[in-house]
Ligand binder design. Structure first.
Ligand code: XBP
Ligand code: MG
Length: 223
């Protein structure tokens, strides 16, 4: 079947954003006088848990179980502070799109393909990314924007890609998904989507079984 829409993951796929997320988490912990600080190796492990709130919950449970555990509201509040910091970090500029992404989006638009996002991250972070990298709102580029707040089950569950397909009103067979992580491949393929993977700085060693293709970048990608 001819491809009518492209559905993109955000973090690690459109841009290498996770170092900015990690910086936002660490700045938030420091500002809250917590002795939490996530180095690259620890963050790489924690990234197996999708969702920043879920990630902090997992960390306190597995690495800080001896401490008083924060409740949902405290986690929610800390995450809101982290999101505000992440938005500031991106607004300070300098984060590039991954190789080939801008050109692929332009070629897809010129070819009349429809564009969507299916991301675990929070909506303000998508606004910050499209502002930073395109100088536009997400709606000026993507017709459908499915973010973590809109689903109960985050990746690797299929919910986010299913929500994007629902918004497009297209069958999975007429769409193509782009991801960077094992959790993302599970999510997209469980939604019935052929999935193209461009491994990122934190996912290079992931098992991408089930992906239609694994390529180093989207430069010159032919849909
Ligand atoms: C990646 C994630 C997100 C980000 C942090 O999302 O799992 O949790 O790491 O963003 P994706 P939040 O690869 O699906 O774009 O703190 O807003 O969750
Ligand atoms: Mg990702």
């Amino acid at each position: 079947m001819a491809i009518k829409a492209l559905i993109f993951d955000v973090d690690g796929t459109l841009a290498e954003t996770e170092e900015a997320h990690r910086q936002a988490f660490n700045e938030t912990f420091a500002a809250s006088k917590m002795d939490w600080a996530w180095g690259v190796p620890m963050y790489g492990t924690l990234l197996k848990t999708t969702g920043g709130k879920e990630r902090m919950q997992e960390y306190q449970k597995t690495h800080r179980s001896h401490e008083p555990q924060m409740d949902r509201d405290q986690i929610q509040d800390l995450h809101a502070q982290k999101t505000a910091r992440y938005v500031e970090i991106l607004a300070s500029g300098g984060l590039p799109l991954r190789a080939g992404v801008a050109d692929l989006i332009s070629r897809a638009q010129a070819a009349g393909l429809r564009l969507a996002i299916a991301t675990t991250t929070s909506r303000p972070n998508v606004d910050a990314l499209t502002a930073c990298c395109w100088g536009k709102t997400p709606e000026q580029i993507f017709e459908v924007i499915a973010t973590g707040e809109h689903v109960k089950a985050k990746k690797p569950a299929p919910d986010l890609f299913e929500l994007a397909l629902k918004g497009l009103g297209l069958p999975a067979a007429e769409c193509l998904a782009f991801e960077d992580s094992r959790n993302g491949v599970f999510s997209a393929t469980r939604a019935g989507l052929r999935t193209i993977v461009t491994p990122g700085q934190y996912t290079a060693n992931d098992d991408f079984s089930g992906a239609a293709d694994v390529i180093s970048s989207l430069e010159g990608f032919q849909f």
